[in-house]
Design a protein around this ligand. Structure first.
Ligand code: IMP
Ligand code: MG
Length: 343
């Protein structure tokens, strides 16, 4: 097998999920020439809201490449619920998106079973899980009692060996394999770096992308995605007192796309952000939902545990840009987004 020229761009959520990775994945899939889009962690706990040609789609498993006919792979770092997988294919087809020969699952991805879902629905309340069987499926994977996708007959037509997928000449386009690696959840929910135990059970980091058979040297750009304010959905207390936070939730329509639960809101925390930027090697950053904060009409961040208020949007964005410079991110790699379907 000859060695392909491999390039990987990674999308990583810098906060608690729901920062708008789907939009960034959709944008990058449209504008760059990828041979593959890879979902690298998580299961159907994720919910990516994507506006495609004016139509809203919510995907849980299938990466955004499918909207552009790019090979879309659910990686070995993921856990897959076959029922949800087939529901999603149907939803895409019904919405006019062609999926035939475009969607793949790594043979060695693990399966979420009905027992996993039942267990999570019953016992996930302490953490506030999505009840989709994510935690039990990963526990069984690491306990070596899990079921791999290759053991499920219905999934057979979709299975790929990631070694062949990344390194065989067939996978190349003009001699290259260009992968967009799309993460799920976020750094604040990462199994190692999140606020344990209020975390998910997978690796939501740039490093998590590499666990899908990819070499570190192939990473090109790392797109960090953040929201201009923070949201979290789960059992710990997150939202401080104050009407402004309810206003964020209302105007931002902050309800989980998987479970419909109301998300708790807070100002963006600069230290959380900087930690996520550094640990994930972020080179480009998108701040989403600037239009929401504009509608809320107040501008602030948390810096060193204090709320720092700004008189104007410009004062806040200048502050952020200046701070990111010290993390090595230049102005032309920072995007303040104010639209559901554009960066
Ligand atoms: P689990 O991933 O379902 O086990 O849930 C663990 C924690 O991660 C809970 O706080 C969930 O609300 C949160 N979570 C899981 N997936 C997502 C997501 O895609 N967006 C936001 N939060 C999520
Ligand atoms: Mg989401």
């Amino acid at each position: 097998m000859s060695k392909s020229k491999l390039n990987i761009d990674v999308i990583v959520d810098l906060q608690y999920g729901d920062c708008g990775k789907g939009k960034v994945a959709h944008f990058l899939s449209k504008t760059k020439k990828y041979t593959h889009v890879l979902r690298y962690n998580g299961g159907c706990n994720a919910g990516h809201t994507i506006f495609h040609k004016g139509v809203k789609f919510i995907t849980h498993h299938i990466p955004a490449g499918v909207f552009f006919g790019v090979r879309s792979v659910i990686g070995s770092g993921c856990v897959v619920d076959p029922e949800q997988f087939f529901r999603e294919i149907k939803m895409l087809n019904d919405g006019g998106v062609a999926t035939k020969g475009k969607i793949f699952i790594a043979r060695n991805a693990h399966v979420i079973t009905n027992a996993h879902k039942a267990e999570d629905k019953k016992g996930g309340g302490k953490i506030g899980t999505t009840g989709r069987g994510n935690g039990p499926a990963y526990r069984d994977k690491y306990g070596r009692t899990g079921v791999r996708a290759e053991k499920v007959e219905q999934l057979e037509p979709y299975l790929v060996d990631l070694y062949k997928e990344w390194y065989s000449p067939r996978a190349k386009s003009r001699g290259e394999v260009n992968i967009l690696a799309e993460g799920a959840q976020g750094f604040g929910l990462d199994i190692d770096w999140g606020d344990y135990p209020f975390v998910t059970s997978s690796h939501c980091t740039t490093a998590g992308a590499l666990l899908n058979g990819l070499p570190a040297t192939a990473i090109r750009d790392v797109w960090g995605v953040a929201k201009i304010y923070e949201t979290y959905v789960g059992s710990k207390k997150f939202q401080p007192a104050g009407d402004v936070f309810n206003k964020m939730g209302d105007l931002g329509e902050e309800f989980g796309s998987t479970t419909g639960r109301r998300r708790q809101c807070n100002w963006m925390n600069m230290q959380t952000l900087e930690r996520a930027i550094n640990m994930n090697g972020v080179t480009h950053i998108v701040f989403n939902k600037v239009d929401v904060l504009r509608a809320v009409g107040e501008w602030a961040v948390i810096d060193n545990r204090k709320v720092v208020k700004f008189k104007t949007e410009k004062a806040m964005s200048d502050f952020i840009v200046k701070r990111l410079k010290s993390s090595g991110i230049s102005r032309n790699h920072i995007f303040f987004s104010e639209s559901k379907d554009k960066i």
